[in-house]
Write a protein that binds this ligand. Structure first.
Ligand SMILES: Nc1ncnc2c1ncn2[C@@H]1O[C@H](COP(=O)(O)OP(=O)(O)OP(=O)(O)O)[C@@H](O)[C@H]1O
Length: 348
């Protein structure tokens, strides 16, 4: 029930717009993989998704499902189903008939469609809710019904447009778990739009990071964090540490001293900005594979159980995330341990 989805230089310029909303975006989502399209507001995420679904017509570029172009195919003939931020259920139909809708429209006998729908309601943990009016559901339950309705169409590609962003954090976590179960049982290819990088990291195998309609990087979640392709990617992923310096023969020289490139990485000679995640830094003496630098705590801000500690190292500010309970006081001299495997050097 899954297919490979490929976008080849997908471009969409809305009538009268000076710039494309989506500009030559290319990526491939393997069958059964979950891709998150991540980016700030207005970056073109929904336009990419709507183009895949057939709800927006691309200006140029190709969309292929298992190698076959879908241009010209009506949305309902693409083997896809979409779930939106709002559930958009039919208020005059029961929960069961909402889920059975796709089947009955496709000509499935009513009893069969309903039996099918009951199974999908079980899958989203709403077995027993079938006879309810959809107006008698909570927001989280409504979104589960919307998911069941989409799955009942047996899509080869499931498209999710910020489906959980209207839910409170606890419900959102439940929905992430439900999506993982659905993936384990039905294995659809999933493309999900989100502006929340934590959500992308939890649900997706790979992330396509967009800004101003352009694809900045398509990569696995760990690589987006540890091997950003540019400073823009590092910043969009919430990276806080940027230390200017110069690379010579694979070693970055800066206020931090000499930091050697991790094995297998090539850092080009010349000016370069060293980036390393705040969560990767540790206060304490270095272990093998880490570089230790001495500095003085310049600031410390509590964020619930965590603390963001800024350490001044020879004029360079290094932000470290640490447990609040062990956060040192401002003015304390500390050693920051930098994992070499977590360092990248990027063009300024
Ligand atoms: N129907 C439309 N007509 C004209 N311009 C549009 C249309 N839909 C979207 N746009 C524009 O295209 C750009 C991308 O919009 P899109 O909704 O794809 O971004 P997004 O990343 O999904 O944003 P958000 O996170 O705010 O939903 C924006 O500048 C938007 O104003």
């Amino acid at each position: 029930m899954s297919a490979t989805l490929t976008l080849d230089a997908l471009t969409k310029t809305f009538d009268g717009a000076a710039h494309p909303a989506v500009d030559a975006v290319s990526f491939t989502v393997a069958a059964g993989e979950c891709l998150a399209i991540l980016g700030p507001s207005g970056s073109g995420k929904s336009t990419v998704l709507r183009s895949i679904a057939g709800l927006d017509v691309p200006s140029s570029g190709r969309i292929l499902v298992d190698g076959t172009e879908v241009a010209g195919l009506a949305p309902e003939r693409r083997g896809m189903a979409m779930v939106f931020q709002r559930p958009l259920l039919f208020p005059h139909l029961s929960v069961l008939d909402n889920v059975a809708f796709a089947g009955t429209v496709a000509g499935q006998p009513r009893r069969e469609a309903r039996a099918d729908a009951a199974q999908f309601l079980d899958l989203v943990q709403l077995g027993g809710f079938g006879s309810r009016a959809v107006t008698a559901l909570s927001g989280g339950q409504e979104q589960r019904v919307a998911l069941a309705r989409a799955l009942a169409a047996r899509p080869r590609v499931l498209l999710l447009d910020e489906p959980f962003s209207a839910l409170d954090p606890a419900l959102r976590t439940d929905m992430h778990e439900l999506l993982a179960q659905i993936r384990a049982q039905l294995n659809p290819t999933v493309v999900m739009v989100t502006h929340d990088r934590d959500e992308a990291a939890v649900v997706a195998d790979t992330v396509a990071l967009l800004t101003a309609g352009r694809l900045l990087q398509h990569d696995s979640v760990p690589r987006l964090y540890s091997r950003p392709a540019s400073l823009a990617v590092s910043r969009l992923m919430g990276g806080r540490n940027e230390v200017e310096g110069t690379v010579s023969e694979g070693v970055h020289y800066s206020a931090l001293g000499a930091i050697a490139a991790p094995e297998g990485e090539q850092w080009p000679d010349g000016v370069g900005v060293l980036v390393v995640r705040q969560e990767a830094l540790r206060l304490g003496e270095p272990l093998p594979g880490e570089a230790g630098v001495r500095g003085v705590v310049a600031a410390s801000a509590l964020r619930g159980p965590r603390a963001h500690v800024v350490v001044d190292v020879n004029g360079a500010a290094l932000e470290c995330e640490t447990a609040a309970i062990s956060a040192p006081e401002v003015g304390t001299e500390v050693t920051v341990s930098i994992p070499l495997a977590g360092c990248a050097v990027l063009a300024a």
